[in-house]
Design a protein around this ligand. Structure first.
Ligand SMILES: [Fe+2]
Length: 346
């Protein structure tokens, strides 16, 4: 081939590649144009710089979901808890963020008031009211009278409903089993022992799922549902409760359930194929907003898809309700995209 022919060949190849790339961009933008956007995150220390609020807004979310640890105030002193909520409430970046967006929330251990705490925490009744005060929940809201902060809200877009269920994995949770033989903090309870949600909340969850016509159900759990080999808190500490939720999702024919979790100061996607469920169950973990597990050096998770993010992060879910596609993104400082997972539902 002489130089002129070689030049022509390269020119033609370059032009055809460009055309393909352009076509791909057009079709991608069609697929990715979302009808509804959820942003979520957890683990926010009120005394550390809140640097991510402006970045989250760049994604134009329709709703912000707190997955727990709204503040850090492990205490039984309710004045101290209240003071720390007011530090967060007066944070200018958070104020600007939260004034124009729908905010939904559950708690985890550090805003509840006790590290790794459960039903034994003696101040849970008073702490619940301070949590609800922080979110300006009206006095006549049913969460003011019920035990626990569990709650649900439906969003209907183009005749399709996205149901968001926020669980309380603290108020009723019975004791975990410390692992005294390995370096892990906990080992699974004996099968059948203990409760993650308590009977009242389990009944409520059942009726939420049974009476739902939602196209998507987002279940927010402060602690991870699928990943459990790390030995910290997770649903895996009560294997029978994992089975119970999976069975409930199947029995109620709940469509397209996605679990959102936090707590771990890392972000990752976990995905499990469950017999009898016609879509994979995804547990999307995002944590923390102000501080992360910077010493992370790896841990097992047989359900993990992609890589663990151990920098500060938040989660984004973009729903295309026409194509039934959900694009999930782990983002962080400067809105940087770290990991993404696209799931096509039926
Ligand atoms: Fe945390």
């Amino acid at each position: 081939m002489n130089y002129f022919k070689l030049f022509l060949f390269l020119l033609v190849t370059l032009i055809s590649c460009k055309t393909e790339e352009k076509q791909k961009q057009v079709s991608d933008s069609k697929i990715t144009k979302p009808n509804f956007i959820i942003a979520f995150g957890s683990c926010n220390n009120q005394n550390l710089p809140n640097t991510l609020w402006k970045e989250i807004l760049k994604n134009n979310p329709d709703v912000w979901i707190w997955g727990g640890d709204v503040i850090y105030a492990d205490t039984e002193n309710m004045d101290y808890l209240k003071q720390n909520y007011s530090v967060q409430k007066n944070n200018n970046d958070y104020l600007n963020f939260s004034k124009n967006i729908d905010v939904l929330a559950t708690w985890d251990d550090h805003d509840y008031g006790m590290n790794d705490g459960g039903s034994e925490y003696p101040k849970k009744v008073a702490s619940q009211q301070l949590f609800l005060d922080f979110f300006n929940i009206p006095k006549n809201d049913k969460r003011r009278k019920q035990e626990g902060v569990y709650f649900s809200k439906d969003f209907t877009v183009t005749n399709k409903t996205i149901k968001i269920i926020l669980l309380d994995t603290r108020y009723f949770r019975s004791a975990l089993t410390p692992d005294t033989k390995t370096k892990k903090r906990y080992k699974p309870n004996k099968y059948g022992e203990g409760t993650m949600l308590g009977e009242t909340q389990w009944n409520w969850l059942k009726s939420q799922l049974e009476n739902s016509k939602a196209s998507y159900t987002i279940i927010v759990s402060s602690i991870q549902f699928l990943s459990s080999q790390h030995g910290f808190e997770s649903w895996g500490n009560m294997p029978h409760e994992v089975a119970k939720l999976e069975n409930l999702i199947k029995e109620t024919n709940s469509k397209n359930v996605i679990i959102l979790s936090g707590d771990r100061h890392i972000a990752e996607f976990s995905k499990k194929n469950i017999d009898g469920l016609n879509y994979p169950l995804i547990d999307f973990t995002s944590s923390g907003l102000t501080h992360s597990y910077t010493n992370y050096s790896g841990e097992l998770n047989k359900y993990r898809v992609g890589n663990v993010v151990s920098k500060k992060n938040f989660g984004i879910l973009k729903f295309n309700l026409k194509t039934n596609t959900v694009i999930m993104e782990i983002r962080g400082e400067n809105n940087k995209l770290y990991e993404t997972l696209t799931q096509n539902y039926k």
